[in-house]
Design a protein around this ligand. Structure first.
Ligand code: CUK
Ligand code: CUA
Length: 865
C-alpha cells in the first residue's frame, strides 16, 4: 500500500475500520484520484465537506441575495443550497407576490404609495437572547429602498416589511440588540428627512443622516413602528453599525464616511465624489446610547414628528449625553463588537490598519466629560488615541470582522489583498493569512458575530469568481469559499457559486437551534399565523356569487381539486380560497389558473387566496403545479369564462360507445375484488405495526397518522359507490370504487414506509459488514429477484443459510460461480420451479462475505420480514 493512501484511509474511515475496509476502498480510491487528477489534500478537503445522502449539515447559513431582493439558505460544511427566501421581490415558486396574502406583505413595502418590486439586500441578522442566536427570527435590510423585512424561522417566510419613513437610502441595518428588543438601521446617503425638494447647496442645513431604532416584539416577531424613532445625525454618510452587548449593552455604534460633507458635481467642473469624500484622514464613529434615547423618545417634548415618525434632534441627544463622535481612520467600513462587548474593531478600507476601540475607555471619557472638541453640529468628540486599545496593520483594504471562541481571536477580510487574516485584537498580533479568490467583502463565521462564536469555519463572500467556474457569459456568479479554521492555520476547502445576486453578508447558526415546522394547523393564513377567512374543510367546498364577485372555497388533496369546474361571466371578479387538506410532510400542492398570472404554493394545512378579474372569455385549465402523486397530472379543473352578452349553441352530442350492463357489472366486481385484496395487504401491515408497538416511535407514528388520514376517507366513497349501485348507475359506482383504490394505494404507500422504518428501528444493529452487504445486495441487482420475507421471482432468502449443510460456504460458492452448480439436484429443482437461473453477478470475495453477513442479520430478525 502506498503511504499516501494509508493516511487518507485513516482519515476517512477512522482507525478501527482500517484493516477490514482498506482492501475494499484502497484500490478504488486510488483509481478515482488518478482519473480525476486529485491530490491527497484534495481528497481530505472533499471528505471534510462531503455529506453522504441523508446526512445533514451542522450549520445553516442565511445569506443576503443582494440585488435579487431575496435571501439564500445553504448548509455548512456541504455548501449545498437549501432554499431561496422571497423577501422584497416576487417569487413564483413560493407564490410570493402571486397570491393575495403574500402580495399584501410585498405591498407593505410600498414607498409613498408606489409599488417597489425589488430590493438590494445587504445585512441579515438573527434574533438574539443574551446576545446568542435563538433561532426564531431573521431580519434583513434593503439598501436601495430603505426597508427592513422580518422572516419567521418557523416556516422561513417573510411576514413583515417596514419602510423607513425618513431615510432615502440606508445601509447600517439590520442589527438586533442583544435581547432582540430593538433593531438598528442606519442611513447611508444623506438626504432631507421630509419628502420635499431641497437644493444641494443647502446640504449642511437640510440633508441629514440618522439611525432608526426600531422597536421589535420578539414574541410575535413584528416591528412596532409607533414605538420606534430615529436619531437625527449630521449628513455624514453613515455606514455599517453594530449593537453593543455585555458591558456595552444599550449602546450603538455607527461608522461614517464623507464627514467632509462633500457634494460633488462632476458636471459643473468639481472633482468627483470619490475624491472629495475621502479627503480627511479620519471620519467619525458615532457612539449613541439607544436605550436612553428610547426612553427620551416617549416624551413628546423630546421629539419632532416627520412623516408621522418620531425624530430625536441632535441637540436633544447631545443635551442628554447620549451622542458622541470618535475619529476613526478614513472611509472605514465594518465596525464589529466583540463577544464580550468591550472591544469594537473598526476596519480602515482606505487604511491598512484595523483600530481596536475599548468601550471601557470610551465610557471613562464620557463620564469625565473629557472631550477633544465638538463637530459643527455641536456633538462632543472623544479623543481617538484615548479611546483606542490599539491599532494593527493587517494589509490592504480591511473590511469586515468575525470572531472565534478563542479569546482575542478575530478574522478580518482584506478586500484589496483578497485575503482573510487571522489575528489577535487584544495582543495586536497577526497569526495567519489565507488567500481567497478575488475581492472578498464580508466573511461569515459560525455564529461569529454573536456572544457565542463557534469557530470551525469561515466563509469568504467573494465579489468575483473570474475563472473559478464554467463561463456562463459576462455576468459571473459570486463565489463563497469555505475555510476550515479548526487548525493552527486556515485551510480553504471548497468554492460555491451563488447565482442570484451579490450577497453582502451572511449569518450562520447551528442547525440544532432551528425548529421549523413541517405542516400548519388546518386552515392557517401563513402570513398572519391566524385562521384564514377562506379556510375550507372537506365537504364545505362551494362557489358563491355576490353581484359580479364570485368567491370559490376550494380544497386540494391528493389528487384532486374540489371544485373541478368554475363557470363565471366575463367581467366577474374571482376570488379563490384554497385549503391544502394534507397532513403529510412535504405534500405541497401548487395552484394556478392558466393565463391569469396567479400562483399559490399551498403547504400542508395552509389556506391561501388568489384573486383576478375574469376579463377575457374562454376556457382556462387550472392545475396543481407540484408533482404531488402518481395522479398529479389529473389534479386539474377548468375555469370557464362566458360572455353574458353572447348566446352559445351546444355542439352536437356525439354518441359514444358504451358498455353493456353485463360488462359494467363485471368491471365493478373486478374493481371491488382488487380493493378487497389491497385492503388485506393494508390489514397485514397494520397488524405488523400494532404487534410491534409502532406508537413507541414518533417517526413511525407520524407516518401511520398520514396513512390513516387517507384510509379514513374510504367509508365516505364506499357510501357513494353503494348509492350509485342502488340507483343503477354502475358507471359511477366503478369510478367511486376506483377512488377507493386510489386511497388504498396511498395508504399502503405510507403504511409500507412506516413498516420499513419500524423494522429499521427495532431490528438488531447491523454490523458494518452487514450494512455493506445490504448495499451490495441492492446495487448488485440481487433484489431484482429476491425479496426478503417473500417468494417472488426468486426464492425468499430468509433462512437460506440454514437450508444447506455448511450453508455459508454453499451460498458463497453459489454467488461466486452459480453456473458450476446448475447441475446440483436442489439447484436444478429451483431452476425448474422459478423458470430462472441464478446469474453470475461477478461479486468479489469481499462482497460475497458482506452479503452473507447481511443474510445472517436477516435471519436474526426473521420475524420482522
Ligand atoms: S457591505 Cu457589501 S461588502 Cu453592504 Cu456590509 Cu461590506
Ligand atoms: Cu397536487 Cu400535483
Amino acid at each position: 500500500m502506498k503511504p499516501v493512501l494509508g493516511k487518507i484511509s485513516s482519515l476517512l474511515l477512522g482507525t478501527t475500520l482500517i484493516t477490514s475496509a482498506l482492501a475494499a476502498t484502497d484500490g478504488e480510491l486510488a483509481k478515482v484520484m488518478k482519473d480525476r487528477g486529485l491530490s491527497e489534500i484534495d481528497v481530505v478537503r472533499a471528505a471534510k465537506t462531503y455529506n453522504p445522502t441523508g446526512v445533514k449539515d451542522k450549520y445553516v447559513v442565511f445569506s443576503s441575495g443582494g440585488q435579487s431582493g431575496q435571501m439564500l439558505v445553504y448548509g455548512v460544511p456541504s455548501m449545498r443550497l437549501l432554499k431561496y427566501i422571497a423577501v422584497f421581490t416576487p417569487e413564483p415558486w413560493q407564490g410570493y407576490g402571486y397570491d393575495k396574502d403574500s402580495l399584501e406583505i410585498l405591498r407593505q413595502g410600498n414607498i409613498r404609495g408606489r409599488e417597489i418590486n425589488w430590493g438590494d439586500t445587504h445585512h441579515p441578522a438573527l434574533s438574539e437572547t443574551d446576545g446568542k442566536y435563538d433561532g426564531k427570527w431573521l431580519v434583513i435590510n434593503d439598501k436601495a429602498n430603505p426597508r427592513i423585512a422580518v422572516i419567521d424561522l418557523e416556516d422561513f417566510e417573510t411576514k413583515q416589511i417596514v419602510p423607513n419613513p425618513v431615510f432615502k437610502s440606508e445601509h447600517g441595518g439590520a442589527f438586533f440588540t442583544p435581547n432582540s428588543d430593538h433593531i438598528l438601521e442606519a442611513a447611508q446617503y444623506a438626504a432631507p428627512f421630509d419628502n420635499e425638494y431641497h437644493p444641494i447647496e443647502d446640504y449642511k442645513e437640510t440633508y441629514r443622516g440618522g439611525v432608526t431604532v426600531w422597536k421589535f416584539d420578539s414574541k410575535i416577531g413584528r416591528i412596532i413602528p409607533k414605538d420606534s424613532f430615529t436619531l437625527e445625525l449630521p449628513p455624514y454618510m453613515q455606514d455599517l453599525s453594530d449593537s453593543g452587548k455585555g458591558i456595552s449593552d444599550g449602546w450603538g455604534f455607527t461608522n461614517s464616511f464623507n464627514t467632509e460633507m462633500y457634494t460633488g458635481g462632476i458636471e459643473v467642473g468639481m472633482p468627483p465624489n470619490e475624491a472629495g469624500m475621502s479627503r480627511n484622514d479620519t471620519d467619525f464613529l458615532h457612539v449613541y446610547n439607544w436605550k436612553k434615547l428610547y426612553e427620551l423618545s416617549k416624551d413628546p417634548k423630546n421629539v419632532k414628528i416627520v412623516n408621522d415618525h418620531k425624530i430625536i434632534p441632535i441637540e436633544i441627544a447631545v443635551k442628554n449625553d447620549a451622542l458622541f463622535l470618535i475619529p476613526e481612520p478614513k472611509s472605514p467600513h465594518g465596525v464589529d463588537v466583540d463577544p464580550t462587548g468591550q472591544y469594537l474593531v473598526v476596519c480602515g478600507k482606505l487604511d491598512t490598519h484595523a483600530s481596536v476601540y475599548d468601550f471601557k475607555k470610551i465610557q471613562k471619557l464620557i463620564s469625565n466629560k473629557e472631550y477633544a472638541g465638538k463637530d459643527p453640529f455641536g456633538i462632543p468628540i472623544l479623543d481617538m488615541k484615548k479611546s483606542l486599545h490599539g491599532q494593527l496593520e493587517l494589509g490592504l483594504g480591511p473590511l469586515h470582522n468575525q470572531y472565534s471562541p478563542v479569546d482575542g481571536e478575530i478574522y478580518t477580510s482584506l478586500y484589496v489583498d483578497s485575503q482573510v487574516v487571522k489575528w489577535n485584537f487584544k495582543e495586536l498580533k497577526v497569526l495567519d493569512k489565507e488567500n481567497v479568490h478575488y475581492n472578498i467583502g464580508h466573511l461569515a463565521g459560525m455564529e461569529g458575530k454573536s456572544a457565542d462564536p463557534q469557530g470551525e469555519y469561515i466563509i469568504a463572500l467573494n465579489k468575483l469568481s473570474i475563472d473559478r467556474f464554467q463561463n456562463v457569459g459576462p455576468l459571473h456568479p459570486q463565489n463563497h469559499q469555505l475555510i476550515d479554521i479548526s487548525g493552527k492555520t486556515m485551510d480553504l476547502l471548497v468554492d460555491m457559486p451563488l447565482p442570484l445576486g451579490e450577497p453582502h453578508q451572511a449569518v450562520a447558526i447551528r442547525a440544532e437551534k432551528l425548529h421549523p415546522h413541517v405542516r400548519y394547523e388546518m386552515g392557517t393564513n401563513t402570513k398572519t399565523g391566524e385562521q384564514h377567512i377562506g379556510k375550507t374543510l372537506a365537504g364545505q367546498e362551494r362557489i358563491e356569487r355576490n353581484g359580479n364577485h364570485v368567491t370559490v372555497y376550494a380544497t386540494l388533496v391528493r389528487s384532486h381539486i374540489n371544485p373541478e369546474r368554475i363557470t363565471v361571466n366575463k367581467g366577474d371578479k374571482v376570488t379563490i380560497h384554497m385549503t391544502n387538506l394534507e397532513r403529510a410532510q412535504d405534500e405541497t400542492h401548487g395552484f394556478t389558473v392558466d393565463n391569469f398570472d396567479v400562483h399559490a404554493s399551498l403547504e400542508p394545512g395552509e389556506t391561501s387566496t388568489i384573486e383576478f378579474n375574469a376579463d377575457i372569455e374562454g376556457v382556462f385549465p387550472y392545475y396543481c403545479t407540484e408533482f404531488c402523486s402518481a395522479l398529479h397530472l389529473e389534479m386539474m379543473g377548468y375555469l370557464m369564462v362566458k360572455d353574458p352578452n353572447k348566446k352559445y349553441e351546444s355542439a352536437q352530442k356525439i354518441k359514444m360507445q358504451t358498455m353493456t350492463p353485463e360488462q359494467l357489472k363485471a368491471e365493478y366486481d373486478k374493481t371491488v375484488a382488487v380493493n378487497a385484496a389491497t385492503d388485506s395487504v393494508i390489514q397485514s401491515v397494520v397488524k405488523f405495526l400494532k404487534d410491534n408497538k409502532f406508537g413507541d416511535h414518533k417517526v413511525v407514528a407520524d407516518l401511520v397518522t398520514d396513512a390513516l388520514d387517507q384510509y379514513g376517507k374510504i367509508p365516505e366513497q364506499k357510501k357513494l359507490s353503494d348509492e350509485a349501485v342502488k340507483a343503477g348507475d354502475m358507471e359511477k359506482a366503478i369510478l367511486f370504487e376506483n377512488m377507493i383504490w386510489q386511497l388504498m394505494v396511498k395508504t399502503a404507500d405510507v403504511g409500507i414506509r412506516a413498516k420499513d422504518t419500524l423494522v429499521r428501528l427495532i431490528a438488531t444493529k447491523q454490523s458494518d459488514a452487514a450494512a455493506r452487504g445490504e448495499k451490495t445486495f441492492a446495487e448488485g441487482g440481487c433484489n431484482g429477484c429476491h425479496v426478503i420475507g417473500k417468494v417472488s421471482s426468486g426464492p425468499d432468502l430468509t433462512g437460506v443459510l440454514q437450508r444447506h449443510e455448511n450453508g455459508e460456504k454453499w451460498v458463497a460458492d453459489f454467488i461466486l460461480d452459480p453456473e458450476k452448480m446448475y447441475g446440483e439436484p436442489y439447484v436444478k429443482g429451483m431452476i425448474d420451479y422459478f423458470n430462472l437461473k441464478m446469474p453470475n453477478q461477478h461479486m468479489s470475495q469481499e462482497e460475497t462475505k458482506d452479503i452473507i453477513e447481511y443474510l445472517k442479520w436477516i435471519d436474526e430478525n426473521a420475524n420482522l420480514f
